[in-house]
Design a protein around this ligand. Structure first.
Ligand code: HEM
Length: 520
């Protein structure tokens, strides 16, 4: 009897598991077949881009999006003349909206046009945490970090010099250096100083986590997406990349909680550190004061700040190697500003107009992402002319296509590094050209409206100080045999400088020190 029951129970359990597996497989096949063939009847009249006039199926176009999203966005923008169109993608089809609606959408409430919803969807935030409970840091960056930049920047400048000495070899002679890795480490260390002072910026384990968390969440999301959505709550526990995500959150807690404990000991009269942890500590209310949450928030700011900002100096160095005629004017501008002001301050960095223009032009050609203003609609959106965008749509603006629209940017095929320098005598009524940090319906690299990147002012100053350090202290050029700027690596909406490219660096004489006011 006993052996029969055991055998029977074993066989029932085995059948049961087989049945569940069978149902899972069938469900996932049906789901993907349905997803591949469905034509969402969402916004009437908006054409699909990327179908090659009917020669390509929707399923093929969705796959193609992984490598050709930029081209599809431009094609849709051109064929609709900046109108509504869908860009098919493997996770969802995104509806591009014309810029004429941006001013009424820019402050749409989050329960209608959900900014974080687009992140949560892209990064499987239910499991990776990306986009979930991201309420505190945007407010603190905007209202506490930005007004404190004059006090924060000297620390960041100091850290850039220390990081560069750690990361860049002596370069007494021409030395090949992988540019992306080099600038990413410098930016990670400088951002670490801004986030938690030297306790974070000099901690190599933290630096590794602050860099790796972004990749871990991205890879975990890609793995999770391979499972039908209803299996993901279980699958997350068996995916190696999810283990890495949890590990990085634990590292953040291990290093940031003691910093917060020290901050809690400070009395009213003690001098307070000028870093973001201090701002989060004083700015958090209620449940947000939980130290686990504050530590996690420090990690989230690294996510927002490091790889994003680091891509810019990498692009700039590639652009300068391809166009060395810009190096001397930029270097001289930095020298002049330092000679006059002695050190970098918010005001002196604002005088680097040539560098600002070059950065804007480089970003126009090599943006971080090809689409911004990603929002998931939870409610129907009724626009001023009666147009209704139904809920359930993922919307966005084709920021890269707009930045290269010849009616908005003269001769967009030409890289003109100084096209954005404001002229001395602007004719009355003629607006000044946009700067690197400008956001408006034609300058959308930082998004737009109430969720436009609040860290862009810090990013801009930090990048300028990194570039100033490199321009003053190094000569650089492509390795022999390379003349053209290396192509960027694009995946879906993202666009990155090629991390395999090395550039030759050689240390210059002491320009960086000599031109500081008061230096010997
Ligand atoms: C070159 C560097 C960077 C780029 C290109 C960039 C780009 C962006 C973009 C496109 C958005 C979305 C805006 C929208 O869809 O409307 C965004 C949001 C955001 N970024 Fe950045 N970012 C950069 C650096 C930073 C840095 C250094 C920080 C922090 C110090 C930061 C903090 C944020 C925050 C907090 C948000 C969300 C704002 C909100 O929800 O109100 N970013 N960023």
């Amino acid at each position: 009897m006993a052996s029969f029951r055991t055998a029977s129970a074993g066989s029932v359990s085995h059948d049961h598991i087989s049945f569940i597996l069978l149902v899972s497989v069938v469900a996932s096949i049906l789901y993907s077949a349905w997803f591949r063939t469905r034509k969402p009847c969402l916004f009437p009249g908006a054409p699909y881009t990327g179908l090659a006039n009917g020669a390509r199926s929707l399923a093929e176009a969705r796959r193609r999006y992984q490598t050709h999203a930029a081209e599809m966005l431009v094609e849709g923008y051109e064929t609709t003349n900046g109108g509504f169109y869908y860009v098919p993608g493997p996770d969802c089809d995104r509806l591009m909206i014309p810029t004429r609606y941006l001013n009424e959408l820019k402050n749409a409430p989050d329960d209608c046009a959900d900014f974080l919803g687009s992140f949560t969807e892209m990064f499987e935030g239910e499991y990776t945490t990306i986009g979930k409970r991201w309420n505190l840091h945007p407010r603190v960056v905007k209202h506490q970090l930005n007004p404190s930049l004059p006090a924060v920047l000297p620390h960041v400048e100091d850290e850039i010099r220390i990081a560069a000495a750690r990361v860049i070899p002596p370069c007494e002679d021409w030395t090949p250096i992988p540019v992306v890795s080099m600038v990413t480490q410098i930016i990670a260390q400088a951002s670490g100083r801004m986030i938690g002072g030297t306790q974070l910026s000099r901690n190599l384990e933290w630096l590794d986590t602050s860099l790796s968390f972004t990749h871990a969440t991205w890879h975990a999301a890609q793995r999770l997406k391979q499972y039908p959505s209803w299996t993901r709550p279980f699958a997350q526990w068996f995916i190696a990349e999810m283990k890495a995500v949890r590990h990085h959150i634990a590292v953040a807690r291990r290093f940031i909680k003691p910093i917060l404990a020290e901050r809690r000991q400070l009395s009213e009269s003690d001098e307070k550190p000028t870093d973001l942890m201090q701002m989060l500590h004083t700015g958090a209310r209620g449940a947000d004061r939980d130290t686990n949450f504050l530590a996690y928030t420090g990690l989230v700011v690294s996510f927002a700040a490091i790889h994003t900002s680091a891509s810019v100096p990498a692009h700039l160095i590639f652009d300068l190697c391809a166009r060395p005629e810009y190096v001397e004017p930029l270097r001289n501008e930095v020298k002049d500003v330092l000679a006059a002001d002695g050190t970098f301050t918010k005001a002196s960095l604002a005088k680097l107009l040539k560098l600002d223009s070059f950065m804007k032009e480089s970003q126009r050609v090599s943006p971080l992402v090809f689409m911004t203003f990603g929002r998931f609609l939870h409610k129907d959106l009724v626009l001023h002319d009666g147009t209704v965008i139904p809920k359930g749509n993922m919307i966005g603006v084709p920021s890269h296509a707009i930045a290269n629209d010849p009616t908005l940017c003269k001769d967009p095929e030409t890289f003109d590094g100084f096209r954005w320098i404001p002229s001395d005598e602007c004719a009355p009524g003629v607006p000044a050209p946009p700067s690197f940090v400008t956001t408006n319906p034609h300058n959308l690299a930082w998004g737009y409206g109430k969720h436009a990147c609040s860290g862009r002012f810090f990013a801009s100053f930090e990048i300028k100080m990194v570039m100033a350090h490199i321009l003053l202290n190094y000569d650089f050029k492509f390795e022999p045999g390379r003349v053209e700027r290396p192509a960027n690596l694009a995946f879906e909406l993202q666009n990155a400088p090629d991390p395999s490219i090395k550039v030759l660096f050689k240390r210059r004489s002491v320009d960086g020190q000599a031109c500081r006011k008061g230096s010997p």
